[in-house]
Design a protein around this ligand. Structure first.
Ligand SMILES: O=c1ccn([C@@H]2O[C@H](COP(=O)(O)OP(=O)(O)O)[C@@H](O)[C@H]2O)c(=O)[nH]1
Ligand SMILES: O=C(O)[C@@H](COP(=O)(O)O)O[C@H]1O[C@H](CO)[C@@H](O)[C@H](O)[C@H]1O
Length: 332
């Protein structure tokens, strides 16, 4: 793949200066993080949105509570947002030590809507931390370092409002686990759209990743798209609220989760396209982008870190033949 050179200078600078690494427990310092939390007087909420995740939510909550509430009190509350589950997600999460809140029970006067974003939005009303960490409930790999990894940049720098996890994303197909291939909607829909419309966000390796952390003061300033558009909506809106310097990402190593069908991801992509188009139509005055995108930045991994490669994808087209008819005839 021809590398057409670096990302835009501001995006590359952001990528190089705002990407930290916490790829395992060895990459985090819980004692230092706890000291920083206490110095800052912070309260930390961890939120897991869960819709029918009985197979995985219990193990995730047990590990979170044991490590980061009981052993090293980085976290003050672990809340599972039960998003209209029809299995025993709620009972399993509660038995594992989470406080379980049914999305429909939060702000009942405002009604309830289906979707992950609804669960996340209502979690802000159901939690009290000034720092809020979000993690999916279907994670299958060792994620014990995710919470400290995501908190690190927020505890280290008061200018940072929002931190996204990034990771390689193996994909299991018919029982065979491929080292990459996950993040299908990211690669085929979200990344090209974000690169084209908000090239300043091209440095995010996993714009749709489900693990991220933010300051409540910023999170309460932006809308939450009710469905699967929530991640892309938050990224675009927090760019506006906090600016690129207020955003960061942390390399969490690898992320393995349960996968939906291509058909389900088609619906997800549709929600993401709608979310992007709704924000793109706000007009350029709302956005930081200074020039239309023309580069698509993708990310490989060289075994130690993510390597950006930018390729030109700007529209290159020929005019209607009718407009060159005379030329064609003369050349014949
Ligand atoms: O209406 C929904 C849909 C999803 N989720 C949760 O959001 C996370 C990500 O959803 P999913 O796994 O469906 O998305 P994928 O990771 O496949 O893109 C998971 O913890 C789901 O249980 C939710 O709380 N409510
Ligand atoms: O990144 C993606 O392309 C999608 C689908 O991932 P896979 O192709 O199933 O690995 O997964 C993410 O997207 C959702 C929408 O933003 C998030 O809610 C999920 O947490 C995240 O896993």
């Amino acid at each position: 793949m021809a590398d057409s050179g670096p990302m835009r200078p501001d995006t590359r600078a952001w990528f190089e200066h705002r990407t930290s690494s916490a790829t395992s427990l060895a990459g985090v310092d819980p004692v230092a993080l706890l000291a920083a939390k206490r110095r800052g007087g912070h309260r930390v909420s961890v939120v897991l949105p869960a819709r029918n995740e009985s197979a995985t939510v219990g193990g995730l909550v047990t590990d979170l509570v044991s490590r980061w509430v009981e052993q090293v009190p980085l976290v003050d509350e672990v809340v599972v947002m039960d998003s209209d589950s029809t299995d025993d997600t709620a009972a399993i999460a509660r038995a594992a030590g989470a406080r379980v809140v049914a999305t429909a029970d939060v702000l009942p006067a405002l009604g309830t809507r289906p979707g992950k974003g609804e669960a996340l939005w209502k979690s802000l009303a159901a939690t009290t931390g000034d720092l809020v960490v979000f993690m999916d409930s279907d994670l299958l790999n060792d994620v014990s370092h995710y919470v400290p990894g995501l908190l690190g940049p927020l505890l280290a720098d008061p200018r940072i409002d929002y931190v996204k996890g990034c990771y390689t994303r193996p994909l299991s197909v018919d029982g065979e686990v491929r080292a990459a291939g996950g993040g299908r909607v990211t690669e085929l829909t979200a990344r090209p759209l974000l690169n084209a419309l908000w090239p300043e966000l091209a440095g995010f390796v996993q714009p749709l990743g489900g693990e991220y952390a933010g300051r409540r003061s910023a999170l309460e300033q932006v809308p939450f798209v009710s469905g699967y558009g929530v991640e892309v909506g938050l990224l675009v809106d927090l760019l506006q609220v906090s600016g690129l310097p207020g955003l960061a990402q942390v390399d969490l190593g690898t992320r393995v989760h349960s996968h939906q069908t291509d058909e389900a991801l088609g619906a997800m992509a549709g929600q993401i396209v709608s979310t992007v188009l709704a924000r793109a139509s706000r007009g350029s005055s709302d956005r930081h982008r200074s020039a239309p995108g023309g580069l698509l930045t993708q990310f490989g991994h060289d075994g130690t870190g993510f390597v950006p490669t930018s390729i030109p994808v700007a529209v290159d087209q020929r005019p209607p033949m009718v407009t060159v008819r005379d030329y064609v005839q003369r050349a014949a």
